[in-house]
Write a protein that binds this ligand. Sequence first.
Ligand SMILES: Nc1ncnc2c1ncn2[C@@H]1O[C@H](COP(=O)(O)OP(=O)(O)O)[C@@H](O)[C@H]1O
Ligand SMILES: [Mg+2]
Length: 367
Amino acid sequence: MTSEKKTVAVLYGGRSTEYEISLLTAYSVINAMDLEKYRVLPVYIQQDGRWIAGSEIKKKLEYKDQLLLKEDQTLETNAEHWLAPSASAAAINKRPDVVFPLLHGPNGEDGTVQGLFELLNIAYVGSGVSGSSVGMDKVLMKDVFSAHGIQGPKYLSVPRFDWESDAPSVILEVKNSIGYPCFVKPANCGSSVGISQCLSETDLSAAVEEAFRFDTKVIIEEKIDGREVEIGVIGNHSLSVSVPGEIKTGEADFYDYQSKYQEGKSTLIIPADLPGKVRAELEDVAKRAFVALNLSGLARVDVFIREGDHRVILNEVNTMPGFTQFSMFPLLWQHTGISYRDLIEKLIDLGIEKFREKQKIHYRIDE
Ligand SMILES: Nc1ncnc2c1ncn2[C@@H]1O[C@H](COP(=O)(O)OP(=O)(O)O)[C@@H](O)[C@H]1O
Ligand SMILES: [Mg+2]
């Protein structure tokens, strides 16, 4: 390579219901990056799962659709297959220094893409395979939290097989162990896709069917009444936490897809106005959740501050949180004193740092 410039491959799109969000994120991140400092290689994953690796982005993008690469826009980068485990030595030389997977949801945030980069032995931003996959599955994630004594809502896992073979038993169990109102969600999703609130048993079957459109496993949770607060964590070993932010959803019953992405449907209050004791508990829960899930790089930890006792009840951890310039995670860091551009650079450095540590592992016993 001719200069000290680092090559960063940015991955976006993907076979996920959050495809559109990923494109917005990529547009925002690429345009914030210092192109004097980084060579940015776009890798577009079409909705059908096909990958198109483009050539270096040399100037700011003017509009988002420039990211929708066509076959004829690929240069030698694609032909050389640096993305394949069977890459030739020449292609391996063309591999980027680090990959930034700007993918949300299944096939991106869930350890699958991370597994590919482990196999290719390329550095990447964010959590590894186990943290990403457990963090994506709301049931496994909550099992880990409960094993670590971190408080969350009561929950019940419902595999499709159980529902189809004996729905009345599931309905009875919800009544006995969860109660109403409750939340019904696909176990592996995001952006509130497939999530419903059930006020009574009458709503349950339709809510479960809706959630099964998006996954083969559903989670049913007790409803927590309280404030919704989110906090950012970055680091590999020594962790930093951001200021907390609160979400106010206005007229919506909960923080649904529209409230998340439609202008004016919800308000972010940063920093959240929390008593010192609650904030300290939140920071502690956020760091413990990060460690419990074996995460690295970044995460946004989402909690409820329960009405009545003001305890921090953990909802979920997102290993690749919304990352446009106007998303909660970057805004939290901006209020903490780290700009969007600096945050991107910090995450790239953390990805490379983690990769270097892993290179010390021996894969032969006789070395
Ligand atoms: N147990 C719960 N009690 C109260 N509200 C909930 C609960 N679970 C989810 N919600 C509401 O639904 C939203 C989306 O749920 P969440 O589990 O965070 O899914 P996603 O991964 O799609 O963001 C939350 O932000 C919150 O508004
Ligand atoms: Mg959420």
